[in-house]
Design a protein around this ligand. Structure first.
Ligand code: NAD
Length: 388
């Protein structure tokens, strides 16, 4: 079976799906690896390194015509989908719940789509395949470095002949994978770190990394299913924002990572809270996307400073800004999933297996993952009425 590594073409994307170090595992499983010329360039991996590890270097046309399985980081564009053929398989972070139309286009083309972001993350045997975690880890680390660079003062307590610098006060909102990495990184830089999440079990995790956990009265517990948070009610949200405002004003740096699967990220830092912050403070909103962010004022992909001197940074793809490190982890995740799906050198999709059943989004010309299918199916027509 031929496995192809596509060059990512999305704007700003510098990661690559495989790095040369993981190739030996794939070739040992009887797979032939084709790499599109220049695929590793964004991550500073020369074509020669792939060839040295046993891959065949090909042009895009040969990759799309010859590969049985194409490995990618981001979902394919319309132009890339047009080059795919019936019976081929694409594996990547395809975001089917955010962009079900791409899944529909892949199904129409007869392509099997397998998405790493649909992995059941709480299964211990799936941990090595968990690309959401590995990339969130990179993001949490990088968010702190960006904040530290934008902040015009020291993070650590510093005593020098020229005087003493006070440590920075950093608040991390959302203590998932990215938040925990942000806490650890900010602590290693010497900041005083506070952290908050709506899932009570995160208190101990934050404290074990040296952060003080903020206990708010407004939301006692908003744990949802699968280790994720549930969406707050409108009343809870307003009370939470009000209570958080009192803390945010005292912070030098706020890093936000709060997400609720399939929903708009919650607004945790309101425009009023930003107004109450000191000049020179920095907000890095990791949750910002086209859907909105954790800070009411975030503009995704932009950095700007408010009239009262607060810098708001809303990066849109932090892992791509550390491409070699992010690709190294991603390559391990995607090759672990691929090897899980391969038997005797060929793809053998057993939908009775929990990992396979969760990650296969399209197959045999149809969307087979229920959550994605529901998003593209027309709304049912109510009896005696019209569909909404
Ligand atoms: P995520 O990116 O979905 O969200 C980040 C954090 O934001 C979460 O901790 C969430 O509770 C928090 N949040 C949501 N709404 C909030 C609000 N209104 N106020 C404050 N915080 C809010 O989360 P993630 O990093 O992908 O991790 C989600 C869960 O999955 C965690 O419990 C994590 O430990 C778990 N996980 C488990 C495994 C495993 O068991 N192997 C692997 C990876 C992740």
């Amino acid at each position: 079976m031929k496995v192809g590594v596509a060059r990512e073409r999305a704007p700003g994307e510098r990661r690559v799906a495989l790095v040369p170090e993981v190739l030996s595992k794939l070739t040992a499983a009887g797979l032939e690896v084709l790499v599109e010329a220049g695929a590793g360039a964004g991550a500073a991996i020369p074509d020669s390194a792939y060839v040295g590890a046993g891959a065949k270097l090909v042009k895009a046309a040969e990759l799309y015509a010859g590969a049985d399985v194409i490995l990618r980081v981001q979902k394919p564009s319309k132009e890339e989908i047009d080059q795919l053929r019936k019976g081929q398989t694409v594996i990547g972070l395809l975001s089917p719940l955010i962009d079900p139309q791409t899944a529909a286009a892949l199904a129409d083309r007869g392509v099997t789509a397998i998405s790493l972001d649909a992995l059941p993350r709480t299964l211990s045997r799936a941990q090595g395949m968990d690309a959401l975690s590995s990339q969130a880890n990179v993001g949490g680390y990088k968010a702190v470095l960006i904040a530290a660079t934008a902040f015009g003062r020291y993070f650590p307590l510093l005593t020098t002949a020229a005087g003493t610098a006070k440590p920075a006060n950093v608040l991390v909102l959302g203590i998932g994978v990215a938040g925990l990495q942000a806490i650890g990184t900010a602590r290693r830089l010497g900041a005083v770190v506070r952290a908050y999440d709506v899932r009570p079990e995160t208190k101990e995790q934050a404290e074990s990394l040296g952060a003080q956990f903020l206990v708010l009265k407004s939301v006692a517990d908003a744990s949802g299913s699968g280790g994720y948070a549930r969406e707050l009610t409108a009343e809870e949200r307003a009370a939470q924002q009000q209570e958080l405002n009192d803390h945010i004003g005292a912070m030098d740096v706020v890093i936000t990572t709060a997400q609720v699967p399939g929903r708009r990220p919650p607004v945790l830092v309101t425009a009023d809270a930003v107004k109450a912050m000191k000049s020179g403070s920095v907000i890095v909103d990791m949750a910002a996307s086209a859907l909105g962010g954790n800070c009411e004022l975030s503009r995704v992909g932009e950095t700007f400073t408010t009239d009262n001197g607060v810098t708001i940074i809303a990066p849109d793809n932090l892992p791509a800004t550390m491409p070699a490190g992010a690709s190294q982890f991603y390559a391990r995740n995607i090759s672990a999933l691929l090897l899980h799906l391969v038997k005797d050198g060929a793809l053998a999709l057993d939908l009775g297996d929990e990992i396979t059943a969760a990650t296969v989004i399209t197959r045999d010309g149809a969307i087979v993952q229920e959550a994605t299918r529901k998003l593209v199916e027309p709304a049912p027509v109510a009896a005696g009425g019209t569909s909404a």
